[in-house]
Design a protein around this ligand. Structure first.
Ligand SMILES: Cc1cc2nc3c(=O)[nH]c(=O)nc-3n(C[C@H](O)[C@H](O)[C@H](O)COP(=O)(O)OP(=O)(O)OC[C@H]3O[C@@H](n4cnc5c(N)ncnc54)[C@H](O)[C@@H]3O)c2cc1C
Length: 192
């Protein structure tokens, strides 16, 4: 159970990024989990950071305060408490959902709140594509961290992966042509 002191350690830093039960955003954040049992968990608060610095500073405070916490990317884990927590501190990375393709089209930054469907749509506008999940609602981070259903899809994505962390990841991207998907180039995603 999260104590008020533990919650306030982050609230003091980023009050506007905290969503607690008194906020109308709280139910919306709970509903963003795919699994009904995950949706039933009521964290002490959702923390919705807007950049990597906020994630790292909050993580330091939460660990220093010895607070129980969970991290949610796309929220598609089918495991109970796979990415949710009851009465704990809930990192909700939904606002870290940018897709920034570099000018040279060799790299792209993608936030860990991004889901494969929306990510593909952004890449397709530029004639680019990456190897990833089949279900549009599945999140990019949990999929790559190894929570997939199918070993094959994991090994396909893992083989394009260059680096990974909570906030920064690198995978291969493919340029799309009318003949198919080919011409591998570098794709990098994360929050900075
Ligand atoms: C309806 C449905 C369809 C699916 N379809 C497919 C499919 O076609 N192919 C396939 O391979 N898999 C599929 N999956 C499985 C899916 O890939 C995994 O459930 C995956 O973990 C979901 O990723 P997420 O980011 O949405 O999950 P989340 O629930 O947000 O996270 C999953 C895990 O990753 C951790 N995590 C998330 N983000 C971070 C981060 N930034 N840093 C550290 N840890 C993090 C969470 O704490 C949690 O432990 C499907 C799942 C569902 C429910």
């Amino acid at each position: 159970m999260l104590t008020i002191r533990q919650r306030d350690a982050v609230a003091a830093l980023y009050p506007s990024q905290l969503v607690d039960a008194s906020s109308p955003q709280f139910a919306k954040a709970q509903e963003s989990f795919w699994n009904a049992l995950q949706r039933e968990n009521a964290p002490a608060c959702f923390f919705q950071p807007t950049n990597a610095k906020e994630v790292s500073k909050a993580l330091v405070e939460v660990i220093r305060a010895n607070a129980p916490f969970a991290i949610k990317g796309g929220g598609h884990s089918s495991n109970i408490e796979g990415s949710s927590i009851h009465n704990g501190f809930q990192f909700d990375l939904c606002k870290l959902n940018h897709v920034r393709i570099a000018e040279d089209r060799q790299t792209v930054d993608v936030g860990p709140g991004q889901r494969w469907g929306a990510f593909y749509e952004e890449l397709e506008k530029e004639g680019l594509i990456a190897v990833g999940g089949r279900d549009a609602g599945v999140g990019v981070p949990g999929f790559i961290f190894g929570g997939q259903f199918f070993l094959m899809s994991r090994s396909l994505v893992a083989s394009t992966l260059l680096t990974r962390s909570i906030c920064r990841w690198s995978v291969l991207l493919f340029q799309r042509s009318w003949l198919g998907y080919r011409q591998p180039c570098l794709c990098r995603y994360g929050t900075g």
